[in-house]
Design a binder for this molecule. Structure first.
Ligand code: COI
Length: 362
């Protein structure tokens, strides 16, 4: 291996304490985590160690200026019990695109894949096989320079934690637009998985939750007319048989699930348009019965159906779930591809392979 790993196994596994039949999203963490340092451009100290707290300086620049990026990925097991990753190369590209925007170092491809493979191999028993569940993987990187002046930084930690998880949205979601807040602006960091993108949506999200909604449907910051995304997922609308999704203009995330949905629909012969989508067009279609389906797509959220959309005080209800042309079918096929129960006609799944641990653990 180009980047040597140090391995320290946990003395006592917490696996037996996990109730795999009642998993929620983001509450439990696997036995191990991957940690590496980048010091002035040099990747070093790669290790898999027991999951736990880490020491770092309270002066770390990430804590003060939010130089933090992350990814969301999932591991599954096929019916033969073999661990699978889903399109890890796409997450690697997006992680490094986020890193570039935030003036952080790129994670080398070999390091990315070795870290994921060895960690998932090590905690393979933590991969749930229950319906809708997965081992959620959270790679993230932050600046650790002990300096509270604002300047591009030189020291970083790259970490991957794992979390056995159930559905992010167990039910269809009710979404609302807002003209009070803006998520992203051209030239900003909307396309990056930068932590601050999510931190800034906490207040709008709290207000939406207080009003009985599940999420904000973000629109552009100038006219509040052009739909961006739902914050935790990209968004699709099906109007008159055509699937519409906002184009990647730098303000929204280039979702891996978004890309899967586009490829799957196109392969089925469905017309897909990636273009600016206005909220007026969606509301109008909702009013005259032409809005056949609406759903979010994301790694954590999978494909989540939208039940209602509110815009400027008007609430439209989407058709009953069993009358939607695409969302349920896409969700089931994508879940099946990911857990190896349906043919992977796109070649998206990758079997986890260990270079190091397979020998050490034998
Ligand atoms: C994911 O879909 O994995 C994400 O990172 C979204 C997250 C904010 C839950």
């Amino acid at each position: 291996m180009k980047y040597p790993f140090h391995i320290e196994r946990t003395e006592v596994s917490r696996l037996s304490t996990v109730d795999f039949n009642n998993l929620q999203f983001g509450k439990l963490y696997g036995d191990h985590m991957f940690v590496a340092e980048c010091r002035r451009g040099k990747w070093t100290d790669c290790r898999i160690i027991p999951f736990g707290n880490l020491p770092f300086s309270p002066a770390s620049s990430a804590l003060h200026y939010g130089q933090i990026i992350f990814e969301g990925m999932k591991a599954f097991k096929n019916p033969e019990g073999e661990p699978l990753l889903f399109r890890p190369d796409m997450n690697w590209h997006r992680f490094n695109s986020s890193a570039a925007r935030m003036a952080m170092p790129a994670v080398p491809e070999e390091l990315w894949h070795d870290a994921l493979n060895e960690l998932v191999y090590m905690d393979a028993d933590w991969i749930p096989q229950e319906k809708g569940c997965s081992l959620y993987l959270r790679p993230f990187m932050f600046a650790t320079d002990r300096f509270i002046g604002v300047r591009p930084t030189e020291m970083f930690k790259f970490i991957i934690i794992t979390s056995p998880a159930g559905l992010y949205y167990p039910k269809p979601v009710k979404v609302m637009t807002t003209s009070k807040y803006v998520r992203a602006f051209p030239g900003g960091v909307g396309y990056a998985k930068a932590a601050g993108n999510y931190g800034a949506t906490m207040l709008p999200l709290r207000e939406a939750l207080e009003r009985g909604f599940d999420q904000v449907l973000w629109t552009d910051g100038v006219e509040h007319k052009w739909i961006h995304e739902i914050g935790t997922m990209n968004v699709f609308f099906v109007i008159d048989g055509v699937a519409l999704t906002p184009n990647l203009d730098g303000t929204i995330l280039a979702g891996v699930t978004r890309d899967c949905v586009i490829q799957m629909l196109k392969k089925e012969g469905v017309k897909v348009e990636e273009r600016p989508v206005s909220i007026d067009e969606v509301m109008e279609a909702g009013r005259n019965g032409k809005l056949q389906d609406a759903f979010g797509s994301g790694t954590a959220a999978g494909i989540t159906q939208i039940s209602h959309i509110e815009h400027k005080g008007e609430l439209i209800a989407l058709p009953p779930l069993d009358q939607r042309p695409h969302s349920a079918r896409l969700r089931d096929e994508l879940d099946g591809i990911k857990n190896g129960t349906m043919p992977d006609r796109f070649g998206w799944t990758v079997k986890v392979k260990s270079k190091l641990l397979a020998e050490v653990l034998e």
